[in-house]
Design a protein around this ligand. Structure first.
Ligand code: HEC
Length: 179
């Protein structure tokens, strides 16, 4: 990706505003220094991230959640438009209404500036060894996105967990209630 999408993503972050603050824990990243200090960039994925990126390949042909058939304005992801896809492991859990999701469950969410724009990034949740592996990646799944130089990849990415931990009774998934 060239520099323009990165600039746009910074604007999207800066625009995130008050709605975001509601979901932010005191002392979380939104409290410190404000959004304008955030610099988004891209880096090569860590070795541990390869399985999550491999598992996400071809996601655009996967099923969508009943609640998110079309791009919708995100409630958590920086005021962007989002469209989430899930693999069959997740689909089976939706049908059977079972939690927690087993290893092999993968959810990929596209992030767009508007409902009909191309994705500027994707976020991935990949269940591995009983835990969600979080990644924010470039749409071609080749690079991980960084925030202030920190790669957004791993099982304990603060900025992802701060929010998704609020869905702990639903295996940390926001878009769909399994039970
Ligand atoms: C400010 C809160 C917040 C943060 C930070 C956040 N998320 Fe989310 N996430 C949400 C919400 C709310 C949804 C439901 C869809 C929506 O409104 O965007 C969601 C949806 C998702 C989905 C679709 C599956 C689901 O749970 O609904 C994925 C995948 C995802 N996020 C990954 C990530 C990753 C990876 C990060 C860190 C880089 C991250 N999220 C950071 C709040 C957040």
């Amino acid at each position: 990706m060239k520099s323009i999408p990165l600039y746009v993503s910074l604007v999207a972050l800066a625009a995130c505003g008050g709605g975001k603050a509601k979901t932010e824990k005191p002392g979380g990243m939104m409290d410190k220094g404000g959004m304008m200090d955030m610099k988004m960039g891209m880096a090569d994925p860590a070795a541990d991230t390869a399985p999550a990126l491999a598992a996400a390949q071809g996601y655009a042909s996967w099923a969508k959640f009943p609640e998110n058939q079309q791009p919708k304005k995100s409630e958590g992801h920086m005021g962007m438009f989002v469209l989430a896809f899930h693999n069959k492991v997740v689909g089976d859990a939706i049908t059977a209404k079972t939690l927690p999701l087993p290893d092999g469950a993968v959810i990929v969410k596209e992030e767009m500036m508007s409902a009909d724009a191309k994705p500027m990034s994707v976020t991935i949740m990949s269940k591995q060894a009983g835990a969600w592996y979080y990644v924010k990646a470039s749409p071609d799944l080749m690079k991980v996105m960084t925030m202030n130089g920190m790669a957004l990849e791993g099982t304990s990415v603060g900025m992802c967990k701060d929010c998704h931990d609020q869905g702990s009774d639903n295996d940390f998934v926001m878009t769909h209630k399994f039970k």
